[in-house]
Design a protein around this ligand. Structure first.
Ligand code: GCU
Length: 605
């Protein structure tokens, strides 16, 4: 066998002042580590008055449900997980029990697990997401609290893990709140619970906790990044292997366990047509951690989005994290991701807007593998409490957590900071701060937000939003033909939009009940929705500099704001596909338009 000639580079590390706010100690790339899944049936206790947490004077009690006590006559213990019901983790609770359909409040979860702890290892509990607030206890000891329903978090439990039986209790509270992110009003179902996987991670005493690897923004023939070790250790050697590029890069971390590097390399670029990923290994004296990394550049030039140096039209669709085929519920696994993204591909998409919150990691990784670029957003949605500094910190924490988790996923091209937020000075200052924070954490992607259109003169549409000045891509939602007039209005308007930035229409569309047919003038019929999409496309094709569209929405999704019996039945029916996978007539209108755009792009190459 031809011996691979391996070029070994020793790269001197230089200490960089990390000007970004320090990322939380989140462990990334869980799937590649030594893990024990804690998914399965957990016991649960519904606790609407948080009796398991507060005493009768509303002070935190020392004798709460988190102690996971056993019945022991004559002791007075007014709870017992062992004789309680069970909920599946990962899953929302709303779709598991009829009595929990509308439930918003506190539910206690408990699982027990045996563990054979090894002295030379460290142990972490990792939660992919818990909606909305989680307080985690191990063997009666509080590990910490996490706020935010869609981002991962973990706690080290090396000192708290017992050999043998362990009790893990999680207090989950999905109550909507004015100071929440999102706030208490949003158009999707407030699915509560441990909605994504829980994992026990075992690591060496010193391990690769975090890293970044990407193509240099400035030089196509350069890759760059950094690696962060975790553990009490001085400078360590880390070798970055990229076998297919015949690279074995020797790195030396500094006293903080970090090394920043750049290295000449000419990888094949990732694109929707060729979603090339390279196997990489981070090798230390204690472990070898693998990942698959794609390399690409994303920038803008005038009103074009530029991928790998070439303009690209992002043929997208908006997607909620709604489970297909299960009559609602949070989507959570690889199969759900493949179904939803497979439908997007069928529609001719090379792009998707993951609305309105960070989706599970399967969605991001499956999209990367399938060649689908992504817009990822934090749920700064509608009427956020702009003047509350804790709310801004919460939004920043969620942005930091999702950038930590997904920064190595090359298919994410846009971070979005807001959706349809009402104009005010306080809102502008809040979002400017969030944009600056996001750019500080990740200067390699575009930043946008879904603003709102305005009819500033009869038939003249624009977007009057000072936030646009701070964004790389000028995005907005518009519903001419559904909320604003009827489809014929699309032919009577013109748009006045900036010419110096790419324009992305982040929502347009209308509702239809799958299988309801009639004249195209009858709202809720597939024919009405089809006609609306035809009229919308005629209007969109007149917009100069239109670089991307993500119609609202791929699939019908549950929302308590949609009660119309016989038509909505607690579903927002703007899906191009029903929640049972039935394609509506408008799906084919979008598919044919995207096919036409793709063909035109190919002809212009
Ligand atoms: C808004 C909002 C969506 C909502 C949609 C609708 O644009 O961003 O979250 O679902 O309108 O009214 O269907």
């Amino acid at each position: 066998m031809k011996k691979a000639i391996v070029s070994i580079f020793s790269v001197f590390c230089f200490c960089v002042s990390v000007n970004a706010t320090a990322l939380p100690d989140l462990i990334i790339n869980i799937g590649a580590r030594s893990c024990t899944s804690l998914d399965g049936m957990w016991k649960y206790i519904v606790d609407p008055l948080e009796t398991g947490y507060y005493d009768y004077r509303l002070e935190p009690t020392k004798d709460g449900f988190f102690l996971d006590k056993k019945q022991n006559n004559p002791d007075l213990i007014e709870y017992d997980f062992d004789t309680s019901g069970s909920l599946y983790v990962p899953r929302d609770w709303n779709t598991q029990k009829p009595e929990l359909y509308y439930y918003e409040g506190c539910i206690w979860y408990r699982t027990r697990f045996d563990h054979k702890k090894k002295d030379d290892k460290r142990y972490f509990l990792h939660f992919e997401a818990v909606n909305y607030e989680a307080i985690v206890y191990l063997n009666g000891k509080m590990l910490g609290k996490h706020i935010g329903g869609y981002t991962p978090f973990n706690f080290e439990i090396t000192e708290d893990l017992r050999v043998g039986d362990n009790s893990l209790v999680v207090k989950v509270d999905n109550k909507r709140r004015k100071e929440g992110v999102p706030t208490n009003n949003f158009d999707w179902w407030n699915y509560g619970g441990i909605t994504r996987s829980v994992t026990l991670i075992e690591t060496p005493q010193v391990f690769v906790r975090d890293y970044s690897l990407r193509l240099s923004k400035k030089d196509r023939n350069m890759i760059e990044g950094w690696v962060q070790l975790d553990g009490n250790v001085g400078p360590q050697e880390v070798i970055l292997e990229i076998p297919e590029l015949k690279k074995k890069i020797r790195l030396q971390t500094d006293s903080t366990g970090k090394c920043t590097f750049s290295e000449k390399a000419r990888p094949e670029l990732w694109s929707p047509e060729t979603p090339k990923l390279y196997k990489v290994n981070w090798v230390t004296a204690y472990e070898s951690l693998s990942d698959e990394i794609g390399f690409r550049t994303i920038t803008t030039e005038g009103n074009r989005i530029i991928l790998n140096g070439k303009p690209i039209f992002c043929r997208g669709v908006s997607i909620h994290e709604e489970a297909p085929f299960r009559n609602g519920g949070r989507a959570y696994g690889k199969d759900d991701a493949r179904t939803l993204l497979g439908w997007a591909k069928e529609m001719g998409c090379n792009f998707a807007r993951l609305a309105h919150y960070p989706h599970n990691e399967f969605m991001v990784k499956e999209a990367e593998r399938m060649g689908i670029m992504l817009w990822s957003e934090v749920p700064v949605y509608w009427t956020i409490d702009w003047t509350n500094p804790d709310v801004l910190q919460n939004a920043k924490n969620q942005m930091r957590e999702i950038i930590t988790r997904d920064k190595n996923r090359c298919n994410i091209i846009i971070w979005s900071v807001a959706n349809e937020t009402p104009l005010s000075d306080a809102r502008l200052e809040f979002l400017k701060s969030l944009v600056a924070f996001t750019r500080q954490l990740d200067d390699s992607r575009l930043i946008s937000a879904a603003m709102e259109k305005k009819e500033f003169a009869p038939g003249v549409m624009t977007v009057h939003d000072p936030l646009g000045e701070y964004l790389d891509v000028f995005s907005f939602n518009q519903y001419i033909g559904w909320y604003d007039g009827l489809p014929e209005k699309c032919d009577r308007v013109r748009w006045e939009l900036p010419k110096n930035k790419p324009v992305l229409i982040s929502e347009f569309g209308g509702g239809a009940l799958y299988g309801k047919h009639g004249d195209k003038t009858e709202r809720w019929t597939e024919e009405f929705q089809e006609d609306m999409y035809k009229a919308s496309i005629r209007m969109l094709e007149k917009i100069e500099g239109l670089s991307a569209t993500t119609p609202w929405i791929l699939m019908d999704f549950r929302s308590p704001k949609r009660p119309l019996v016989g038509i909505q039945d607690d579903y927002n029916r703007k899906g191009l596909i029903s929640n049972y996978g039935k394609k509506k007539k408008a799906f084919y209108i979008m598919r044919d338009w995207y096919k036409k755009i793709e063909k035109e792009e190919l002809n212009n190459k």
